[in-house]
Design a protein around this ligand. Structure first.
Ligand code: FAD
Length: 464
């Protein structure tokens, strides 16, 4: 059956780049239709990204802590590291994501002018779309639309990539066992996080990266320190490699790659290709509109509007940086814009993010290299966490804080921290970068003792 109707705003995609806009617009009284093709509201972040990977990390990090209990004077009768009941971890994942998806849906349902439909949306023109659900097809006319269909794993043209047992990040999240050995192809945030998680869970892990360093856009000093840590923890890290082929059976794979002109191989029970993600435009019907896109994403202007007036795009669909909070910041800005409230759009040089490596790597604003490339004259205030009281108490005295500031007025343009606990330092860092605080202001804030955040004041003081 086909019915025809009119909505103020059609939003395609119920992830972090779509749902917050739907809620904000409906709260302001707009008639909103939010269409989500998956099993619930939450997107990649909830079902196969941020949340499940951090659930795994929690188990891995706690296991590591238990294995180190004797360092803190705790006598135990356990073996070095406790055995793992992986099904409990996967059940916990299901429980948390079901609860969160239900919470998001309940919030949406509480808004009278917001309708959520679980189905597939396809644009059929500049102001029309078809929504297909299992038992219904609707044609919708809209005044405005927000495209937030996210991204999908980037397949690499490697011979054997299609073999069973060769996974992508989604497959790794859904894995039913902890492999004895794991080869990860791709040394970006997902590759590094997964390498350390599975290594802490007891797998022998190899990480293969095509470029000359892991975590390419990250502060190079911190990425270098983290690489040392990965190697010290027994993870095989190879950069500058070209992966040629994957061969094998479901139970054992051999990955062949070249490094410096020589062919090498590494075996793994599981191989995962985690080399980035690409914008998800498949089946969206962009060809029926004036919306332009390339392999980096849908093209938008400074208000996130595409080349088709009235159609906006947010989140992973518009390309890098691909982070949940960034998608949400864009979604909220577009909602404000549609409502006629002119407010600043989020700017990449103010973004913050955390790579949940071990130790965590937090970043806000520009890296030293990025600032120099942008023509800024900068210096770096540093702090070594080896001498830090809090880090010593936690027996995690490793890492560095790097504050990038402009030489002329000492305004802060970037803060980067590698230390276990860095995730919770990034709020202060984001605030300092967003408001371009001066080193003096950071130094004059009274930071509590003994905490990891004291380093902000100490690094600033030392530089002054
Ligand atoms: P998505 O979350 O991908 O949502 C898009 C939604 O659109 C999906 O639910 C999809 O079903 C739906 N959709 C697609 N096509 C249609 C259609 N035609 N009709 C209807 N619906 C459609 N980010 C962080 O900030 N922190 C992290 O720790 C983090 N960890 C990650 C770990 C992993 C393993 C991965 C893969 C990603 C991680 N990310 C993390 C990135 C984060 O998940 C994404 O940046 C974020 O989900 C992007 O939000 P989005 O709304 O743009 O897209």
């Amino acid at each position: 059956m086909t019915t025809k109707e009119l909505v103020d705003v059609l939003i395609i995609g119920g992830g972090p780049g779509g749902t917050p806009a739907a809620l904000a617009l409906a709260q302001a009284g707009k008639r909103v239709l939010l269409v989500e093709a998956g099993r619930g509201l939450g997107g990649t972040c909830l079902f196969e990204g941020c949340i499940p990977s951090k659930i795994f990390r929690e188990t891995a990090a706690r296991r590591r802590e238990i294995a180190r209990a004797a360092e803190f004077g705790l006598q135990r009768n356990l073996a070095d590291a406790p055995p793992i009941d992986w099904s409990t971890v996967q059940t916990l994942r299901h429980h948390i994501l079901t609860q969160r998806a239900q919470g998001a849906l309940a919030k949406a349902k509480a808004l009278e002018s917001l309708e959520v439909v679980f189905g597939q949306a396809r644009l059929t023109g500049a102001r029309t779309a078809i929504i297909e659900t299992r038992d219904n097809q609707r044609e919708v006319h809209f005044s405005k639309a927000i495209l937030a269909t996210g991204s999908v794993p980037n397949p690499l043209p490697i011979k054997g990539a299609e073999l069973p047992g060769v996974l992508d990040s989604k497959g790794l999240i859904e894995i039913g066992f902890i492999p004895d050995s794991l080869v990860l192809i791709g040394g970006g945030p997902i590759g590094v996080e997964m390498a350390q998680i599975f290594a802490m869970l007891g797998a022998r892990v190899t990480l293969l990266e095509a470029t000359s360093r892991i975590l390419r856009p990250v502060d190079s000093v911190l990425a270098g320190l983290l690489r040392e840590r990965l190697v010290a923890d027994g993870i095989g890290v190879q950069t500058d490699v070209t992966v040629e082929s994957i061969e094998g059976t479901q139970r054992q794979h051999v990955v062949r790659y070249t490094l410096g002109g020589q062919t090498r191989e590494v075996s793994g029970q599981v191989v995962a290709i985690v080399a980035g993600r690409r914008p998800n435009v498949a089946g969206l019907g962009l060809e029926a509109t004036g919306v332009r896109h390339d392999r980096h994403g849908v093209k938008v202007n400074e208000t996130q509007e595409t080349d088709e007036a009235g159609i906006y795009a947010t989140g992973d669909l518009v390309g890098q940086p691909m982070f949940a909070h960034w998608a949400t910041a864009q979604a909220r800005a577009v909602a404000r814009h549609i409502l006629g409230h002119e407010a600043p759009y989020p700017r990449p040089e103010h973004n913050s993010a955390v790579i949940f490596s071990y130790p965590e790597l937090g970043m806000a604003g520009l890296t030293e290299e990025g600032a120099r490339a942008a023509g800024l004259e900068v210096a770096v205030a540093e702090y070594d966490y080896r001498g830090d009281a809090r880090a010593q108490i936690s027996a995690d005295a490793f890492g560095r804080l790097r504050i990038v500031y402009r030489r002329d007025d000492r305004r802060i343009v970037g803060i980067h921290a590698l230390v276990e606990g860095a995730a919770n330092l990034m709020g202060e860092a984001a605030l300092a970068v967003r408001h371009e605080l001066q080193l003096e202001q950071l130094a004059s804030a009274i930071h509590p003792h003994p905490t990891l955040t004291e380093a902000f004041g100490l690094a600033a003081l030392a530089a002054l």
